[in-house]
Design a protein around this ligand. Sequence first.
Ligand SMILES: Nc1ncnc2c1ncn2[C@@H]1O[C@H](COP(=O)(O)OP(=O)(O)OP(=O)(O)O)[C@@H](O)[C@H]1O
Length: 281
Amino acid sequence: MLRLEKLTKTYKTGDMALKGIDLDVPSGQVLALIGPSGAGKSTMIRCINRLVEPTSGAVMLDGTDLTGFGSGALRRARREMGMIFQEYALVERLTVMENVLSGRLGYVGFWRSFLRRYPQKDVDEAFRLLDRVGLLHMADKRADELSGGQRQRVGICRALIQQPKLLLVDEPTASLDPKTSRQIMRLICELCAERGLAAIINIHDVALAQMFVPRVVGLRFGEIVYDGGPTGLTPDKLTEIYGKEDWEATIQKDDAESDPEVTIKSAPAPDAEAGKPEAAE
Ligand SMILES: Nc1ncnc2c1ncn2[C@@H]1O[C@H](COP(=O)(O)OP(=O)(O)OP(=O)(O)O)[C@@H](O)[C@H]1O
């Protein structure tokens, strides 16, 4: 569904953030992108929907390269890719419902959204999504009245109402406490499984990634140095990705595996097994 081919990004400052990334993501597969600060994770996510312009290489979505698209074609392609941000990126003075509906911008056009005249089917879908994430009763609240976890749920609804095929998720839990982080990761992975959605989740918390996703990609200095299952992230592999550290204290413990809340990765989305590579050596 998504294929990155020799993707590179060199910023004007000379920083080579991505050095020839090759990556295949089959439809329905959820993967976590890990790596130290500055490894290129955000750059990679943003090159996929061209919030950052790649320097060279291809971003193939369903067989079509997005890198050459003009603004109209890019706008249509971006409908297929919902984005979820660390800082939620909500419009604070708008209501929860209005924020969710703003996810339809790519479909309804500027004036209709500016006048907040969305088709009834979009409003119905927004209510359904808010109900699914437990925020139906908050539809009329202003975004600035919500907690961080609630804001992220609104961000998730806004991405999903686009009806995307792929979610690009940039540090969704970095501003949240551990319990809320786990709830949000669980919700994202559940929704992907329910909707057959692929996702690339940039996440700093290795243990959280290990709990929920069937595939982890490790970046270091703009290159993929790990691509495999969560259990293959041994202390040696983590040292290769991040450098020396006491990994026994960081990686997933056996008791987390038996936690009844943590069920997502044992139920991968359609096609996930087919596209899941073995751990890179
Ligand atoms: N707008 C920019 N201009 C110049 N250099 C940039 C820009 N954005 C990122 N970089 C550089 O590109 C490299 C990759 O940065 P990026 O933010 O993608 O890494 P990251 O893995 O997401 O880091 P973090 O986990 O800290 O967010 C870094 O060397 C960074 O300094």
